[in-house]
Design a protein around this ligand. Structure first.
Ligand code: PLP
Length: 264
C-alpha cells in the first residue's frame, strides 16, 4: 500500500459534536472513498440532531499551526473548506491556502445550519467573496448561500444559471449550485464549468429528515474523487451518486435531523 492508493485530502472546517456534519462527515466520506483525510479544525460546535447549542472558534495562530504541521509532512492532493466561522478565520484560511500547494480546492461556503444556527458571521461574507472564491476550483453553495454571495433572488433553474455566472465572475473557476431549496418536484443541481458549459444533475427529492451533513458530504466526496484523479465533471457525478446512496438508506441516530448512512 502506498500514497497513491490512499491519496490524502485536507478538510478545513468545524467539528460537529453529534458526529453527523462538518469535519465528522468529511472524514466518514473520505474513508468511504478510500481516501485519507487530514483535518484543520477551525471551529468546534456543541450540537446534536436538534440544532447547534454552542460554537467556539480556534485561535487564529493555532489554525495556522495546524496548516504548517500538515504541510511539513503530508502530501495533500485536494482540499475542502466548510464552516469557517468569521471574517478573520476566512481571511486566515485563504492566506494559508495561498501559501501551500495542496491541489484543487472545493469551497463549501457554509453559512447556516439546517436548524437555523449561524455558522458564518454576517461580516464574513465579503471575505468569502474576495479572499476565498478566487482560490476555489469549485464552489458549492446551496440556493440561500448563492443568494447571499450574489445578492440575487433565485427562484428557478434559469436564476441558478445566472447566479453561477456571477459566482464565476467573482473568481470561482467552477460553480455548483445545489437546488434542494427550490420549490419544485425534482431536485436540480446546476454546474457551470470553467469553459462556460453547464452540467445539470437531476434527482427525485428525498422525503427524509435524516439530511444532516448533506452539503459537507457532497463537497467532501467531490474532493475525494479529485484526489483519486477523476476529472471535475466525473468527480461531481460520482459524488452525487454517493450522496444519494447515503440518504437512501437510513440509520437512526438522535431524534431530530439525523445523519447520513456512510456504511453503504
Ligand atoms: N455543523 C458543522 C460543523 C458544519 O460544518 C455544518 C455544515 O456544513 C453543519 C453543522 C450544518 O449541517 P446541516 O446544515 O446539514 O445541518
Amino acid at each position: 500500500m502506498n500514497e497513491q492508493q490512499f491519496p490524502q485530502i485536507l478538510t478545513v472546517a468545524g467539528i460537529d459534536s453529534s458526529g453527523g456534519a462538518g469535519i465528522n462527515a468529511d472524514v466518514a466520506t473520505a474513508f468511504a472513498h478510500h481516501v485519507y483525510p487530514a483535518t484543520v479544525v477551525v471551529a468546534v460546535t456543541a450540537q446534536n440532531t436538534y440544532g447547534v447549542q454552542g460554537v467556539e472558534l480556534m485561535p487564529l495562530a493555532f489554525v495556522s499551526q495546524q496548516f504548517a504541521s500538515i504541510a511539513d509532512d503530508l502530501a495533500i492532493k485536494a482540499v475542502k473548506t466548510g464552516m469557517l466561522g468569521d471574517a478573520s478565520h476566512v481571511r486566515l484560511v485563504a492566506q494559508e491556502l495561498r501559501k501551500y500547494n495542496f491541489g484543487p480546492i472545493v469551497v463549501d461556503p457554509v453559512m447556516v445550519a439546517k436548524g437555523g444556527a449561524k455558522l458564518l458571521a454576517d461580516d464574513a461574507i465579503e471575505a468569502v467573496r474576495d479572499q476565498l472564491l478566487p482560490l476555489a476550483t469549485l464552489v458549492t453553495p446551496n440556493i440561500p448561500e448563492a443568494e447571499v454571495l450574489t445578492q440575487m433572488q433565485i427562484n428557478s433553474v434559469a436564476d441558478m444559471q445566472q447566479a453561477a455566472y456571477k459566482l464565476q465572475k467573482q473568481g470561482a473557476q467552477n460553480v455548483l449550485i445545489k437546488g434542494g431549496h427550490l420549490l419544485q418536484a425534482e431536485l436540480t443541481d446546476v454546474v457551470l464549468m470553467a469553459d462556460g458549459t453547464f452540467l445539470t444533475l437531476t434527482d427525485r427529492k428525498f422525503t427524509t429528515k435524516r439530511t444532516h451533513g448533506t452539503g459537507d458530504t457532497f463537497a467532501a466526496a467531490i474532493a475525494s474523487q479529485l484526489a483519486l484523479g477523476k476529472s471535475l465533471p466525473v468527480a461531481i457525478q460520482l459524488a452525487k451518486a454517493y450522496l444519494v446512496a447515503t440518504i437512501s438508506t437510513e440509520i437512526i441516530v438522535g431524534h431530530g435531523h439525523g445523519p447520513l448512512n456512510h456504511w453503504i
